[in-house]
Design a binder for this molecule. Structure first.
Ligand SMILES: Cc1ncc(COP(=O)(O)O)c(C=O)c1O
Length: 465
């Protein structure tokens, strides 16, 4: 191996490649013991109880599921430290879109780990930082005016940067228009944009957020009855009452925590036109939707890319980023922060985007849409047969799917989630009435995985019905 190689070139070194290939082959070989959903090994159950209890005690709050991963996984499946194997249909709330132990993602992550630093900062970036930012700008430029990207570590931080960028450009405007049932993250301001008082118990309210109604459909695309006229009337009213004091309209192209309700272009465009006319920044929060709806950006799926000024992404990217147009490029000093991300996570993020871009995942005939159709088909079949009327309104976009289980109450939905966990499938909830079962499906999900999910969901629903 030549000693003159710089870090980046090392990746191309046959010697380095050989070692990385050997490591990943060994891990994959070990993971091949994972063959599907499996119960715990009796002698290991006590170990899971003990470690989970220690986590609960240390953080002062119990885990939602008794889940401690063993570090072993394969595709849609993950092993826990009690030897049980679960079908992971929530992937850490959408981080692991390529499932568990994807060989190419592992290789990229190992290459990143060879960097001289574990974490990269905005002051001293390495090439992984550029690779990730460039890839995001390239993807975004295809269907929008977005031209710049600022990398950071969490969705909430990307949203905070978006908020500052919109306020600086539209200074002195202070207020934000956000959707009913929105979720925006966990910082003080994002908790205020989030339309859920349970997320800010005991916090002061700053009265900077104005609410726009969302469309009222669940499964199919909206029609004239969807409530778009109500939304336009309300937005006009808000703009009139707060002349010159609204800096941005922030919205999820499809509500995430709010219940996976799909709105259409006809709902969004009149609102976006109003914002344009009034100099209000159009900020799409794609933190959950990014790379999941059958296009990289849900604004492409819904067809309003020409409008967006600022877009935030995270989760799938393994980091987070704020993308913005030339016009919204902030002045020096406004956005910074020590951490940009780990060298490994940035290298893995680029690899994931490359795979999704080049291996047939996107578009109406792509793998994502196929998984969507098959999974929804499975839920609808159950709803029409063995679980008659107990799994209603299956819908969503791409790898984001939700269904209303049982009577749509919070108690029943939570009971079902825990029953499904027992029976080997991990999902989560969303919505606030009806309370829905939410799946963030891995892009590597196979027809066999969907069949296995169907069996476990059916068993769980029938055990509770
Ligand atoms: C739409 C949306 N915005 C913001 C966030 C916050 O991202 P993070 O948890 O990475 O801070 C999330 C997280 O679930 C989200 O779904």
């Amino acid at each position: 191996m030549s000693s003159s190689l710089i870090g980046h070139d090392l990746y191309a070194s046959p010697e380095v490649k050989k070692h990385i290939e050997a490591l990943v082959a060994e891990v994959s070989n070990n993971n091949s013991r994972i063959q599907g959903i499996k119960g715990p090994d009796s002698e290991m159950s006590a170990k899971l109880d003990e470690v989970a209890e220690e986590i609960n005690a240390t953080r002062g709050r119990p885990l939602f599921f008794k889940y401690v991963g063993s570090g072993i996984g394969k595709g849609s499946y993950v092993e826990l430290i009690d030897g049980s194997v679960k079908l992971d249909l929530i992937n850490g709330i959408g981080i692991n879109i390529m499932g568990h132990s994807h060989p190419e993602v592992m290789k990229a992550s190992l290459r990143g780990a060879m960097s001289d630093v574990v974490m990269q900062g905005n002051l001293e970036p390495n090439h992984e930082y550029l690779d990730l930012a460039k890839k995001l700008v390239e993807l975004a430029s295809r269907g929008s005016r977005l031209r710049h990207c600022w990398v950071t570590t969490s969705g909430s931080m990307a949203n905070e940067n978006a908020l500052k960028i919109s306020r600086q450009k539209n200074t002195p405007a202070r207020k934000i228009m956000a959707l009913e049932s929105a979720f925006a993250g966990r910082t003080t301001m994002m908790a205020e944009i989030t339309d859920n008082p349970n997320n800010r118990v005991g916090l002061p309210t700053y009265d900077e957020v104005l609410r726009v109604p969302y469309c009222n459909k669940f499964s199919d695309m909206c029609q004239s009855s969807c409530g778009k006229d109500r939304a336009v009337t309300k937005m006009k009213e808000l703009i009139d009452q707060n002349k010159g004091d609204i800096s941005a309209f922030v919205f999820e192209p499809m509500l995430g925590e709010g219940g996976y309700r799909v709105a259409c272009r006809e709902y969004f465009t009149p609102l976006l036109e109003l914002c344009k006319e009034n100099g209000i920044a159009i900020w799409a929060d794609e933190i959950q939707t990014f790379a999941r709806t059958g296009n990289f950006f849900a604004y492409d799926t819904l067809g309003f890319g020409e409008y967006v000024d600022i877009v935030t992404v995270a989760k799938t990217v393994q980091n987070a980023a704020t993308l913005y147009t030339e016009e919204y490029n902030p002045k020096p000093g406004l956005i910074a922060g020590t951490f940009a991300g780990s060298s490994s996570s940035m290298a893995a993020g680029v690899k994931i985007l490359d795979i999704l871009d080049k291996d047939g995942y996107m578009g109406p005939d792509g793998k994502i849409q196929k998984i969507h159709d098959e999974f929804i088909g499975m839920l609808n079949r159950l709803n029409e047969t063995t679980c008659k009327g107990l799994l209603t309104d299956a819908g969503g976009l791409g790898l984001m799917v939700a269904v209303t289980p049982l009577d749509g109450s919070k108690d029943k939905m939570l009971a079902l989630l825990h029953k499904m966990f027992e029976n080997g499938v991990m999902a989560f909830g969303c919505g606030k009435g009806p309370f829905r079962l939410r799946f963030l499906l891995p892009a590597v999900m196979t027809s066999e995985d969907i069949e296995a999910a169907g069996k476990a969901i059916e068993k769980s629903v029938l055990e509770l019905a």
